[in-house]
Ligand binder design. Structure first.
Ligand code: ADP
Ligand code: ADP
Length: 222
């Protein structure tokens, strides 16, 4: 359903990603793992349509991703810039639902439900600046999950939260995906996390990123 073909991205003359090709099947959770600075965020931004590849392209269900709004949600690593400061926590989670859910009561319900998933049901009326960094990141995750997007893109989503919250959020992601069947592309530098979460792990070389291993993860039955 997601196809990346011959993707390259240069910042000026610096090649961050070069000739990268892979596909992610419907409902697959693929982790991209690789050393810091290898081009993971650049890859994710290209897939999200936020920056334009220098060569190659990305298609979603066969349609090119080129800035046209697709049914996707993105969670960035940098929580400090991802929430709207003038909206309450609840308002932030409801915002992308405006184009997806026409009924206002239903939108509110979805937002409250997603805030409860991340343990922030009591923080809906607060503003982002009133929350810790880890809490702001949980709001970003709630906002993305509330959309129940066909494609969920996550860039080091758990890097800024403590170990217990991280474990809870990882399990939440697995549960929500099982229930709603999203395709997920998650970038991390943590190989343990990639194996725990992923059905599949794509290992990138150092910059310019190319795939050095494509692993299917099979865990023993529990
Ligand atoms: P990763 O997410 O794997 O840490 P990035 O995609 O952020 O890697 O960056 C890949 C390379 O491109 C790095 O060497 C980084 O310094 C460089 N880079 C990233 N963003 C920019 C930018 N806006 N301008 C110039 N170079 C950049
Ligand atoms: P989290 O537990 O969300 O990862 P932290 O580890 O930064 O976040 O903070 C631990 C706890 O301390 C938070 O869950 C919250 O209860 C409280 N806290 C931290 N910073 C703030 C703040 N600026 N405003 C309100 N509560 C805060």
């Amino acid at each position: 359903m997601l196809e990346v073909r011959g993707l390259a991205h240069r910042y000026g003359s610096y090649a961050a990603v070069e000739n990268l090709s892979f596909t992610v099947a419907e409902d697959e959770l693929a982790c991209i793992v690789g050393p810091s600075g290898c081009g993971k965020s650049t890859l994710l931004r290209c897939v999200a349509g936020l920056i334009k590849p220098t060569a190659g392209g990305v298609t979603l269900h066969g349609d090119p991703v080129d800035g046209v709004p697709a049914d996707l949600a993105v969670v960035f690593q940098d929580y400090s810039r991802s929430l709207f400061p003038w909206l309450s926590v609840r308002g932030n989670v409801e915002f992308p639902l405006r184009t997806r859910v026409s009924n206002r009561t239903e939108r509110r319900k979805r937002a409250e439900e997603a805030l409860a998933w991340v343990g922030l049901e009591a923080a809906g009326s607060k503003y982002p600046w009133q929350l810790s960094g880890g809490m702001q990141q949980r709001v970003s995750i709630a906002r993305a999950l509330a959309c129940k997007p066909a494609l969920l893109l996550m860039d080091e989503p758990f890097a800024s939260v403590d170990a217990q919250t991280r474990a809870d959020l990882e399990d939440l992601l697995l549960r929500v995906r099982r229930e709603h069947g999203s395709t997920v592309l998650l970038v991390t530098h943590d190989i343990d996390e990639s194996v725990y979460l992923g059905d599949r792990v794509l290992v990138l070389s150092k910059s310019p990123a190319s795939i050095v291993a494509d692993l299917t993860v099979t865990l023993p039955a529990q």
